[in-house]
Design a protein around this ligand. Structure first.
Ligand SMILES: Nc1ncnc2c1ncn2[C@@H]1O[C@H](COP(=O)(O)OP(=O)(O)OP(=O)(O)O)[C@@H](O)[C@H]1O
Ligand SMILES: O=C(O)c1ccc[n+]([C@@H]2O[C@H](COP(=O)([O-])O)[C@@H](O)[C@H]2O)c1
Length: 202
């Protein structure tokens, strides 16, 4: 099924937060508000993934994940999208390449929690992502040290912007990345699922 694409105009800076959101929670909303403030973004789009290419088991149906995400994140500068169904892409590098073609002149910033930076070197074409899109990383409980010492962080150490200068991120040409130490929220989708607080129905 085709879903409408969000609107953006050339020159705008859009932060992209991709995830399973199975289910969305306050941690996602919190890092989104921090990213808007700290990275000089005009808007943030959540990309509710059809499925994570590195995860074995599939998530809850995308309709129920979208519904929960819209309940959790209500903000005039944030849109909850199913863009990857539209583009038909599964890997983030492919999704970003498709978005850059669909939105010429729009500047995208890839957003993620520190846990994802720690494993970023396992992603498909991860160097292409680093070389083409600024990356904003937000601290997550337990993952900061691993993220700072990760292969991606070490290989791209010269492209790192200090947290206190994170506003520059969206104006830099890639490679450019930063890790900010926003106040952290110790919450995860897996914990919510383990607590039995998420029923997988549409
Ligand atoms: N509490 C949090 N603090 C910082 N980043 C977070 C937090 N929760 C999620 N994120 C980030 O949000 C993005 C989407 O996360 P995802 O939908 O996988 O949620 P999750 O809570 O990490 O799920 P799971 O526990 O199933 O792995 C990822 O980049 C992840 O690092
Ligand atoms: O492109 C990849 O190889 C890749 C590997 C793992 C995760 N991702 C993306 O990272 C985002 C977070 O995924 P998840 O499942 O941890 O919420 C989501 O947008 C995934 O599509 C992407």
């Amino acid at each position: 099924m085709r879903h409408e694409l969000p609107y953006a105009v050339p020159g705008q800076v859009i932060g992209l937060l991709g995830g399973s959101f199975d289910p969305a929670h306050e941690g996602h909303a919190h890092i989104t508000r921090e990213a808007l403030k700290r990275f000089g973004l005009d808007r943030v789009w959540w990309l509710i993934s059809p499925r994570n290419p590195l995860k074995q088991s599939g998530p809850a149906p995308i309709g129920s994940r979208m519904k929960r995400a819209k309940e959790v994140m209500q903000h005039p500068r944030v849109e909850i999208t199913r863009i990857e169904e539209h583009t038909g892409t599964r890997y983030t590098a492919e999704t970003l390449a498709a978005l850059m073609e669909l939105y010429p002149g729009v500047r995208f910033v890839w957003l993620m929690g520190a846990d994802n930076l720690a494993g970023f070197h396992h992603w498909d074409n991860w160097r292409w992502i680093m070389d083409h899109v600024p990356v904003g990383v937000i601290a997550r409980p337990g993952d900061r040290v691993q993220a700072r010492m990760s292969p991606a962080a070490l290989i791209y150490r010269d492209a790192r912007i200090r947290g206190r200068e994170a506003q520059k991120l969206s104006h830099r040409v890639a490679p450019a990345w930063t890790l900010i130490n926003a106040p952290m929220r110790d919450i995860s989708s897996s914990q919510i699922r383990a607590d039995g607080k998420w029923s997988n129905r549409d």
